[in-house]
Ligand binder design. Structure first.
Ligand SMILES: Cc1ncc(COP(=O)(O)O)c(C=O)c1O
Length: 298
């Protein structure tokens, strides 16, 4: 599913470093680390009137990603929350909003990889857009398993939520070429890792399964589903799972902040069962409880 430009986003204000700019003036330098090497970390956030879903967990993951990459001058959670609030208030936004929160290593004094060339401090970007859930969660999505493997820790730890997304973009291109909605990525051993932009779950014989977070982003929505299962006595198993196990599951779904919970109706041309009552129960529990995971900004 290809997202469309929303005219409501034509005149949005975007926060960069310490100020708000109208969309068409919201620019970063060609010397910024994001341009030079994808050297930035990011989070996707969803805003409801009750607040931002799992905000503290997102900010913790942003901090941990930045620390792993040895960023200096990392803004505090309070500073980030203030920047988000300023942006949402300036745009009159409080529902159906997705925020792309980016922390770049900042501007370099000259082009090059060396982080010692970054002498102006990090740069926070708050891009808030009117964006309802990106998938049609009633009809579901089709996926293609790709030849592009998802990074295991010996290559580039998938626990770092960084802007070097080419690994996933190549998988998405493969899915696009085949006319499917998303690329399903295996790990270096051939077990299912995740989709190019979301995590994956399957349901079989009364249990909910998801791959270990060895070669996937440990998604916050993934974590919320796990917490919901635990709270409702639904058996949840993290395991090494093969493509064949997903193809023959009683239900498969994707999880992520952009689309929340989305049934997967086809993998590599094989129709995936949607009969599982347990899967529908989990999808419903998520929908009914998600606003309880929202955290207000002040
Ligand atoms: C590769 C990848 N997997 C999974 C997810 C879902 O993570 P979350 O549930 O934290 O949005 C994302 C979201 O950014 C992602 O980029």
């Amino acid at each position: 599913m290809l997202q469309k430009a929303n005219p409501k986003n034509d005149d949005i204000q975007v926060y960069i470093k310490d100020k708000l700019y109208p969309r068409h003036q919201a620019k970063i330098s060609v010397f910024d680390s994001t341009v030079q090497g994808g050297d930035a970390v990011w989070e996707g956030l969803r805003v409801y009137p009750e607040g931002i879903v799992c905000l503290d967990k997102h900010l913790t993951r942003l901090h941990e990603s930045a620390k792993t990459l040895a960023f200096t001058d990392i803004p505090t959670k309070l500073q980030i929350k203030k920047a988000i609030k300023k942006t949402l208030d300036a745009n009159g936004m409080n529902d159906n909003i997705h925020i792309r929160l980016t922390l770049s290593r900042g501007e370099k004094i000259t082009s090059g990889m060396d982080p010692r060339l970054n002498q102006s401090g990090s740069c926070l970007i708050v891009l808030a857009e009117w964006k309802p859930l990106v998938y049609d969660n009633a009809s579901g999505i089709t996926v293609l398993s790709t030849s592009q493997r998802r990074n295991a820790p010996q290559f580039l730890d998938s626990k770092i939520h960084h802007n070097n997304l080419l690994n996933n973009i190549i998988a998405k291109i493969q899915a696009n070429v085949a006319g499917k909605d998303a690329g399903l990525m295996l790990d270096d051993r051939g077990f299912v890792a995740e989709l190019n932009g979301s995590n994956i779950f399957m349901v079989k014989q009364g249990k909910v399964f998801t791959p270990f977070a060895h070669a996937c982003l440990p998604g916050i929505t993934r974590n919320t589903v796990m917490e919901i299962c635990q709270a409702h006595d639904i058996p949840l198993v993290e395991a090494d799972l093969s493509l064949s196990e997903f193809i023959n599951a009683e239900g498969v779904f994707a999880t992520g902040t952009m689309g929340e919970l989305t049934p997967i109706v086809e993998i590599d041309g094989r129709e995936i069962s949607r009969e599982s009552d347990l899967m529908h129960h989990v999808l419903k529990l998520f929908k009914n409880n998600i606003r309880g995971f929202c955290e207000p900004l002040v």
